[in-house]
Design a protein around this ligand. Structure first.
Ligand code: ADP
Length: 487
């Protein structure tokens, strides 16, 4: 029986306590899956006001004495709140002057708090002090994104002498956000000025906390294999490409999983009918009801294509708008879009819907139920992202036998294989231009209309793939074992 591994995950957001993006899902699902494999995984996050309120519903209790964490000559009293969520011991670090605010990273999505360097320096130091408080020594500290980027640096520099054998893993969920601060903030970190150079903490004159994580961690991962290659290039590296290439010897990609219980066409309580890979009768019923709900004509030969997405440039929605008219007019395609975001894109979608009554339906806003009904009721799913570190929706589509049409990038390239070789589960295209995009749509519609048995076979392959966190956790366990002194 191999020794269970002790892992402390440090993340700035953990679902369901606080969530602004996919990091929160990973920081919740991965520790839970590791525990199901018999490992002692725990998670620590800042005690934002809303996170503490949410944790109280899960029986949050506070430790008696606070941690005293120094940053730039000021001592902060950091309380340790403990709760258990989905079987995972979860620690909230409470410090009113830093975290008792309405926002997570700033007062609004487009504004950061001025003292974020302090907020996340204290978080990183307190996360490393937590094992002493708990009298529990992790083999691995797994830090996520720039907010925890100091942790590998502090650990390697011996900040916590009680953790001499603890190794670090640093995962990049979104390389576009790097935690870049003016150089004087180095004082908050407690690290030596000698490290303020381009080989270590400095990036173009600034203190860069993502770089701290990359340089000092024992292993670096990102959320898909393909993206681990991409972030070493200027196109996807957001200025960090040379740093990533320089540390490629310890860089790998592990594709995220999805919640296979919530997203299961055989049991989905948000879908109107159920089905599985052997019998797709329920999917036909879902399609009929989706068309009714969206006011689309019940035309048996038309392929119903779905989009569920933030409406932003990253997701290539502009390309859908540019390309779709001829397919709608020819009666080969109907489109259902669910999304919110960029107002200019919303206006264009609105105009498109007005041009094609009964053939296009757009719903603006966030709608969990409709998202499930779209994955269940559509034939194909469109996701022409410019970049996509991992992406979840293409995996939902696969699981529902809704063939994804995606750009060959990041996690999309890892999960969708083109049917062109007879073994695929969807359709992919490369260069992001109208010609390539139109030609992939042509191929998809051609297969749908003229080779239904091949379409059906691709659906079976799509539905057979394993995207569970159970499988993903095994990849992380192999990574941890390659680092830590455990058998
Ligand atoms: P990203 O994190 O870049 O937005 P992902 O594909 O990784 O993209 O995750 C998006 C998640 O948000 C999925 O769970 C998707 O179903 C959900 N989602 C996005 N837009 C909406 C919406 N308008 N209504 C409901 N769910 C949505």
């Amino acid at each position: 029986m191999p020794t269970p591994i002790r892992i402390l995950h440090a993340a700035s957001e953990v679902a369901p306590l606080v969530k602004t993006g996919g990091l929160a899902d990973v920081a919740a699902a991965l520790p839970a899956a590791l525990r199901r494999h018999g490992h002692d995984a725990r998670v620590v996050l800042p005690g934002y006001r809303a996170a503490i309120a949410a944790a109280q519903k899960h029986g949050l209790s506070w430790g008696e004495s606070p941690l005293i964490i120094e940053a730039g000559g000021i001592d902060h009293r950091v309380g340790v709140g403990t709760t258990t969520i989905d079987g995972v011991p979860t620690y909230l670090l409470g410090c009113d002057e830093l975290y008792a605010r309405d926002g997570v990273y700033g007062p609004s999505a487009s504004n950061d708090y001025d003292d974020n360097a302090r907020r996340f320096s204290v978080f990183s130091k307190a996360a490393l002090a937590l094992p002493g408080f708990l009298k529990w020594t992790p083999h691995i500290v797994h830090a996520h994104d720039w907010q925890s980027g100091l942790i590998p640096a502090l650990l390697e520099r011996g900040f916590n002498r009680a953790l001499p054998a603890t190794r670090s893993v640093f995962t990049i969920h979104n390389i576009a956000y790097q935690g870049a601060f003016w150089h004087f903030d180095l004082k908050l970190t407690g690290l030596d000025w000698a490290l303020f150079n381009p080989m270590h903490l400095e990036h173009y004159g600034k203190l860069n906390l993502l770089k701290a994580g990359v340089v000092f961690a024992d292993r670096v991962t990102t959320v898909s294999r393909r993206h681990a290659e991409e972030i070493q290039t200027a196109e996807y590296g957001y200025g960090m490409q040379a740093v990533m290439a320089g540390h490629s010897y310890k860089l790998s990609g592990i594709t995220n999983g999805i919640d296979t219980a919530a997203w299961d066409p055989a049991t989905d309580r948000l879908a109107p009918a159920h089905y599985d890979a052997k019998d797709l009768t329920g999917k036909r019923e879902c399609k009929r009801l989706l068309r009714d709900e969206c006011g689309l004509h019940q035309d048996p030969n038309t392929c119903v294509v779905g989009v569920v997405s933030r409406l932003v440039e990253q997701k290539g929605i502009d390309l859908v708008l540019d390309a779709i008219d001829p397919y709608i007019l020819s009666g080969r395609l109907q489109l259902v879009v669910l999304g919110a975001g960029d107002l200019a894109l919303e206006h264009r979608l609105h105009a498109m819907q007005a041009r094609h009554p009964g053939r296009i339906f757009v719903w603006y806003g966030y709608n969990e139920g409709l998202a499930h009904r779209i994955f269940a009721g559509c034939d194909a799913f469109l996701m022409p992202s410019r970049f996509e570190p991992c992406g979840l929706t293409q995996m939902y589509a696969l699981r529902y036998g809704t063939l994804p049409i995606v750009r060959y990038t990041g996690g999309l390239a890892d999960t969708v294989r083109d049917v062109v070789d007879g073994q695929g589960n969807g359709f992919t295209f490369g260069p992001i231009d109208l010609g390539h995009f139109s030609s992939v749509i042509d191929r998809a519609l051609g297969l749908y209309q003229h080779f239904p048995e091949q379409w059906r076979a691709a659906q079976s392959r799509a539905m057979a793939a394993d995207h569970s966190w159970t499988r993903v956790a095994q990849e992380y366990v192999a990574l941890y074992r390659s680092l830590a002194f455990v058998d």
